[in-house]
Design a protein around this ligand. Structure first.
Ligand code: URA
Length: 251
């Protein structure tokens, strides 16, 4: 790595944390090298250190308080029961991004808890993971009245919350559920049918796009379900995870 490249990476790293509301990164404890252990070669260690998990937890908590007070989208702020922040652990292997809260989510304050959420839970389980292990959030943090599609201005208003969430959670992979998530995250206008089936990147994180579980529930055809499973198998393969046997037969 050249000095310029190292400088650029370091600046981008600190900028991400500043954007996420972290102004201060405590000095790390003494490393094994400082304590006299043989030095690890800096030339082969390209990764930059992460702020401690407790700082990121706190920053995420502060971000959720900021979201609760948000009134940038006047109509959404006037009609919501409450805002719906993301759920899941920091450093989740996978972050699922949906469109916006529906009626159940607006009532309960958690993403994907209604019928589409039940199907998402089954998709996650079919991949050999647990809901509690993944991070789940939406393009919008408020329910659009009548569950209409989020408008571009609403997605733009909510985008800093999404980006700051991703900066803090640091998922290893992202799955966009449906066209709204895929289009707004990746700044595309393509249909989800055209976007699925390959990898993209968002700020260095590999991303796949697939059909929204609500679409699967509405569809009379088994084809979209089969395609979602194809997409999830593509992701599991890239993650180096086994493809659960039970699904191989039903796919
Ligand atoms: N649909 C979404 O896109 N998100 C939710 O949280 C619930 C349903």
């Amino acid at each position: 790595m050249t000095d310029d490249e190292a400088d650029r990476q370091l600046r981008a790293y600190f900028e991400r944390y500043r954007n996420a509301g972290i102004e201060f990164i405590p000095r790390p404890r003494k490393s094994p090298e400082e304590k006299g252990a043989p030095p690890m070669s800096l030339l082969t260690q390209h990764h930059t250190p992460s702020p401690p998990v407790s700082d990121r937890h706190q920053a995420l908590q502060l971000l959720s308080e900021e979201v609760k007070a948000c009134t940038k989208c006047k109509e959404l702020a006037a009609t919501r029961t409450q805002t719906v922040f993301g759920v899941g652990p920091l450093d989740a292997e996978v972050c699922f991004i949906g469109e916006a809260p529906g009626a159940d989510e607006d009532r309960q304050g958690e993403p994907f808890v209604g019928a589409a959420g039940q199907l998402l839970n089954r998709i996650i389980a079919a991949c050999g993971m647990k809901r509690e292990e993944v991070y789940i959030c939406n393009i919008l943090r408020c329910r659009p009245p009548g569950n209409r599609t989020p408008r571009a201005d609403e997605a733009a208003n909510c985008r800093p919350f999404l980006e700051r969430t991703l900066d803090l959670v640091q998922p290893r992979y992202i799955v966009c559920l449906g066209a709204s998530a895929a289009n707004y995250l990746l700044d595309s206008k393509l249909s989800i049918g055209k976007m699925r089936g390959r990898f993209y990147e968002f700020q260095g994180i590999p991303v796949i796009c697939t059909f929204h579980p609500a679409y699967l529930l509405r569809s009379a055809s088994p084809e979209p379900r089969r395609q979602v499973w194809e997409d999830m198998k593509m992701l599991l393969t890239r993650m180096g995870r086994p493809i659960p046997e039970v699904n191989r037969r039903s796919s």
